[in-house]
Ligand binder design. Sequence first.
Ligand code: TXA
Ligand code: MG
Length: 319
Amino acid sequence: MEFISNCTTDAISNAAKALKDGHLVAFPTETVYGLGADATNEKAVARIYSVKARPNDHPLIVHISSINKLEDWATDIPDYAIKLAREFWPGPMTLILPRKELAKDFITGGQNNVGLRVPAQPVAFALLKKFEELGGQGVAAPSANRFGAVSPTTADAVVEEIGKYLDQTDLVLDGDNCLIGIESTIIDCTGLVPKVLRPGAITEEMIELNLEKNTDKSEGKSAVKAPGLMASHYAPKAKVFLNSFAEPGEGFLALSKFQTPVGAIRLASPISVEQYARDLYVALRSADQQGLKKVAVVVPEGTGLAEAIRDRLTKAATR
Ligand code: TXA
Ligand code: MG
């Protein structure tokens, strides 16, 4: 694997070419780092699954450079999905839509829907643009971690997670720390009204304000199967305990207004919910690096991004 610390225009061109040639390229997005492959190349996509050790019925998100590419991959796109795309792309939002022919079973896990996202991070955006100039149609990219583990939000974390499983010809692009720090909001757009499947930085409130209508908040199963959204996920090796007290020697993660319990090891002191999201995976990763067995977490309260953080922490605490 080659680590590219300086993402110049030339370096990005080379990375786009590597993707086109069927290699894997890990790249930064504003949410978390993704492990990219040409979304039309079955062999390359198969390598994503083996590097991540991911069950192969789990669908992948296809990353495109603009809303103009939406119709290459999706059909029967409801007006509300177009409205959301216009408002929030490029950005931390994935739309699930009925697939077109281009989205093969090896991308959708055999479902008739495909997940699409236009990322805003400059390196990601430039990479996708260049890839499309070379005739590419989209880049499949899950978070660049081993299955079920904590998503990487730095290039070093990518190497730590999957470096040893990558080939010599694969690349890791370093584009600094991810600004948002947790994965994109996933919205099922296959029904009459949108339904949030995975909360993220594009919040329910933002969606409803934009569309001037309510989202589907029913608890029941969505018609869309999203196996990655399972009970246990995003989990470090250390055991995570929510809203419990940290004993001496245990990790502690909470907003800065909460004092560190005596003897506990403070993993982060975010001053806002935004910073909490940005620090979350760095903190969980640092607990493992320090060999901690337990992490006590005070989850943030409220709606919006706090909800997304609680979602990830609840899954991290499930074993
Ligand atoms: O922020 C993100 O979304 C990052 C960056 C790299 O873009 N990607 C990411 O991918 O988080 P991944 O594969 O780690 O998580 C995507 C989730 C999975 O739970 C998967 O099951 C679901 O999205 N998903 C993808 N395509 C889907 C589809 N067609 N239908 C239902 N769920 C889908
Ligand atoms: Mg993931």
